[in-house]
Design a protein around this ligand. Sequence first.
Ligand code: FES
Length: 152
Amino acid sequence: MLLDKILEKYPQQEDSLLEILLAFQDAKINHFISEDEVRQIASYLHISEAKVCSVLSFYTFFRTENKGKHVIQVCGGVPCHVESDFNVAKTLEKELGIKVNETTENQQFTLEYTSCIGLCDEAPAMRIDDKVYTKLTPNKIKAILAEYRVYM
Ligand code: FES
């Protein structure tokens, strides 16, 4: 199993927790860590499941839900809506064929809202995984999605 192979690379000590979580999430196709996997990691490191969960919830880049390979977060902040003459979420919904909070059938994209990304002066904005895109237009969104589709 993938998790077993990753665990055997790390010493059974609490200091390995963050590295194990990062390595495992990165290697797993859907990039999320399930409850069973939390149990297995806790057992391997001889720490509590609560400790593993506290690290997972502290760092926003960890996922504990099954999502698509790429998570698209549309900024739901007011400045992004005021500055936009089109609806970013609706454009993405149309392009992806899903609604907000859904995942495409091929498991490539999950679409969701997020709070302000912190780039209001370059609104409207969205984030795909850890990359932020600003000054969005319908054509720019299509071009961005095309780049991600190339590497599917
Ligand atoms: S409201 Fe969208 S980046 Fe701040």
